[in-house]
Design a protein around this ligand. Structure first.
Ligand SMILES: Nc1nc2c(ncn2[C@@H]2O[C@H](COP(=O)(O)OP(=O)(O)O)[C@@H](O)[C@H]2O)c(=O)[nH]1
Ligand SMILES: [Mg+2]
Length: 334
């Protein structure tokens, strides 16, 4: 492990990442997971080199075949000359960070290929940390020159790792016999999916599920200029349907570019990222202040005893906070 408070004797990791150093990229992503204070300087170097990769979200319930699908897609996309990055997010085990071992082993066949960079991501921080870590890990892989970055996650809708927040193309995996029919109807999925892959199509009920999804899509009207999500039957276990899935993804990318939607989505995402960064910064300073302030307990007591109301108390705390925040800004080392 690296100690984030000690500057790297060889300078910034980011410089080496840009020069194509994979070990440096791996270390930088560890700093991202740890939310290291060194990140600001590192990401300043990384950021100007981002915005080139196409980001794909591969999402669906555990065990549905996301990793298997990604494994097949890597092969196909590599065959088409693209460099591929994979980020597997595991929101279920925020503290161990080791739960994706199975995925690591399965994807290991690509580990000697320089055009493939696979990394699983866990968050050791507060809620919201994982989405932020994912976005920054995407930036690192983007700057490394990966053309396609796939993000594997179970998160859809309200989840903390809501894929729609940071991908260009969202692929939602469904499979027969898992109650996914009901899942699809749930809020969120119809809205975020750009492509549906009905995996485990070797099992009974896949065609029926495809018809049901189609019917739900048909209930929505699509203006001629809008993208209507495609439905693709896949058998990731033997690669069937994956070339078609890759084609659909690349077609969607082309659609985003020609329709101008890519620009729009990215601008929206940049805005979200900025708002997130502001919130983080405020929260960080705020909690640091609260930690060092015994006065807070007194304030709590006073409104517990109905002597002050929480709103006016909050305003007082914020006032104090802004003063300290300005102090901290003017003198960052104190
Ligand atoms: N029958 C069948 N099994 C599959 C298919 N794709 C994946 N699996 C199996 O489903 C299990 C879970 O796959 P995995 O890719 O780890 O799912 P994830 O949790 O969504 O990443 C594994 O045992 C795979 O071999 C498929 O198309 N058909
Ligand atoms: Mg998996």
């Amino acid at each position: 492990m690296t100690n984030p408070s000690i500057p790297d004797p060889k300078g910034l990791l980011a410089d080496r990442v840009l020069a194509g150093n994979v070990q440096a990229a791996a270390r930088l992503i560890t700093l991202i997971e740890d939310d290291s204070p060194r990140l600001t300087a590192e990401l300043d170097v990384i950021y100007p080199h981002t915005g080139k990769a196409h980001i794909i979200g591969i999402t669906g319930s555990p065990g549905i075949g996301k990793s298997t699908t990604i494994n097949c897609l890597i092969e196909i996309l590599r065959g088409r000359g693209m460099k591929v990055g994979v980020i597997a997010i595991d929101p279920t085990s925020p503290f161990t960070g080791g739960a994706l071992l199975g995925d690591r082993i399965r994807m290991q066949q690509h580990s000697l290929d320089k055009g493939v960079f696979i990394r699983s991501l866990a968050s050791r921080g507060w809620s919201g940390g994982l989405a932020k870590a994912a976005i920054n890990a995407i930036h690192v892989m983007d700057a490394m020159g990966m053309n396609i970055i796939m993000v594997e996650t179970v998160g859809v809708g309200q989840s903390e790792v809501d894929v729609a927040r940071f991908v260009d193309t969202a692929v939602v995996l469904l499979s027969p016999g898992t109650g996914d029919e009901i899942q699809v109807a749930k809020a969120g999925i119809m809205e975020i999916a750009d492509i549906f892959a009905i995996n485990k199509a070797d099992k009974p009920g896949a065609k029926k599920l495809a018809v049901e999804v189609e019917a739900m899509l048909d209930m929505k009207t699509y203006p001629p200029a809008e993208w209507k999500p495609g439905i693709i039957l896949t058998e990731a276990i033997n690669g069937k349907g994956i070339p078609e899935l890759a084609d659909a993804i690349l077609k969607h990318r082309q659609f985003l570019i020609t329709s101008g939607l890519l620009e729009k989505r990215r601008k929206q995402r940049a805005k979200q990222e900025l708002i997130g960064a502001i919130e983080d910064s405020v929260r960080e300073h705020f909690y640091r202040m609260i930690e060092h302030d015994q006065g807070l307990d007194k304030l709590v007591d006073s409104f517990v005893r109905r002597k002050a109301n929480p709103r006016s108390t909050a305003l007082r705390v914020i006032h104090q906070f802004t003063r300290q925040f300005n102090g901290a800004r003017d003198n960052p080392e104190s």
